[in-house]
Design a protein around this ligand. Structure first.
Ligand code: ZN
Length: 417
């Protein structure tokens, strides 16, 4: 048997960018629907993109075993009357991304469903076909290892920062100190504590966290000039966990926002998570606690500091209002990550995080993504990625401030009547 060259292997396995003689480029293509059919030989499924014109080109990628990405390049593609495919046992959900260059999908496969994707134009029609074929877990892992993400927002306009204040949501000046106006931004780790690292790429959590933290602060100063921004650190210095939270408590801040990067042994894990302090801890929260709380050890003797059930209970009793606010802000950050930054969100979770414990204020901790995933690490280290992440966090803070200030205004008006 002839041995395949690595290049051929890569071409046959990986993201293909396929170009062929485009049809009439001036004609606008319409995508009416996406339908899903089972192959008659039982070896897989085929998505059919029902198109009125041929698209210019397309790309397929499988950057993670459970994620198949497919992009149609067709700048004037009309998807106004687009209808989705029926639900299927092979996928859990599909995200659609329409941008200036065309139309992309993220197909999230169901658990323990291992399929590889190939795409080709229909011979007889203008349709595009995306074939998913069952494969072994090993084969899919290998593909995922060598494939890059398609970042949909690479094709989008830069994130917008516009403010649209209508008559009924206009901010009304309130009594001093009652609005949501002070934020403490905490870039995780620093100095002798690098946080998690990607040694192969030479990247450290402390550096990326600081870049994003500073950028969030810049956005706030620029677009919400009545807010005060306090950093726990604005350079590469170490600050104790305890001190970070206390900075927020002393400043009577309205929010303590801690920014971190995740890491696990499995290089394929990716996505963002948002935490607030509480007792309902999940499995992954325990992992985060082990890692993020262990910073304390660098400064103090003794084992890892963990918050016990009692401490968390006391905290919950004393901070019920803060927890509700924290949960709301965490949900808004998560919403921005998922829907505007097109991140894979791993959700909002509770955890016993020391750094939040010392802040007697609403407090959330954001894990931007996995530095252990080479793709995601490069993304988080890029200027573009940092802009997307920082603007997503900024938008969540802005939206929360609007909502919060409005509710205070309404309460004040109600009590004056
Ligand atoms: Zn960290």
């Amino acid at each position: 048997m002839m041995e395949r060259t690595p290049i051929l292997t890569i071409l046959s396995l990986l993201a293909l960018l396929f170009l062929w003689a485009p049809g009439n480029l001036s004609a606008q293509a319409t995508l009416d629907r996406l339908s899903l059919h089972e192959r008659s030989d039982g070896k897989g499924h085929v998505f059919r993109y029902h198109l009125t014109e041929k698209v210019d080109s397309f790309a397929v990628s499988q950057p993670s075993p459970d994620l198949i990405q497919f992009m149609l390049y067709s700048p004037y593609l009309d998807t106004l009357d687009f209808t989705h495919p029926q639900d299927s046992e092979i996928y859990s959900h599909i995200d659609y991304h329409k941008n200036v260059d065309g139309f992309g999908v993220d197909i999230f496969l169901s658990e323990n469903t291992f399929m590889k994707a190939t795409a080709y134009p229909d011979r007889d029609r203008n349709d595009m076909l995306l074939a998913l074929e069952y494969a072994s877990e090993e084969e899919i892992n290998k593909i995922a290892d060598q494939t890059n993400f398609i970042y949909w927002f690479d094709f989008e306009q830069p994130p917008s920062m516009e403010f649209v204040y209508s008559e009924d949501n206009a901010l009304v000046p309130l009594r001093e100190g009652k609005e949501f106006n002070t934020i403490v931004i905490d870039a995780g780790h620093g100095g002798h504590d690098p946080g998690s690292m990607n040694r192969r790429l030479g990247l450290k959590e402390k550096d990326i966290a600081l870049e994003v933290a500073l950028q969030v602060g810049d956005y706030i100063k620029e677009h919400l000039p009545d807010m005060e921004v306090i950093y726990t650190r604005d350079d590469d210095t170490f600050v104790e966990l305890e001190e970070r939270g206390l900075i927020a408590t002393r400043a009577k801040a309205d929010l303590f926002l801690s920014i971190h990067l995740n890491a696990v042994r499995d290089e394929r894990a990716y996505g963002s998570e948002v935490f607030f302090l509480g007792m309902h801890r999940s499995e992954s929260a325990l992992e985060i606690m082990k890692r993020e709380n262990s910073v304390v050890n660098l400064e103090k003797n003794g084992g890892p500091v963990q918050l016990g059930e009692d401490e968390l209970l006391i905290y919950e009793l004393a901070n019920a209002g803060n927890i509700a606010v924290s949960e709301r802000i965490a949900a808004m950050v998560e919403h921005q990550f998922r829907n505007r930054a097109m991140r894979r969100s791993r959700g909002v979770k509770q955890a016993g995080l020391m750094v939040l414990w010392h802040a007697s204020t609403p407090a959330v901790l954001v894990e931007l993504g996995f530095i252990s995933n080479p793709n995601e690490a490069r993304y988080m280290n890029s200027e573009y990625g940092q802009t997307i992440l920082a603007s997503a966090i900024f938008r969540a803070i802005r939206d929360f401030k609007q909502e919060y200030d409005r509710s205070i205004y309404q309460n004040n008006t109600a009590s004056n009547e």
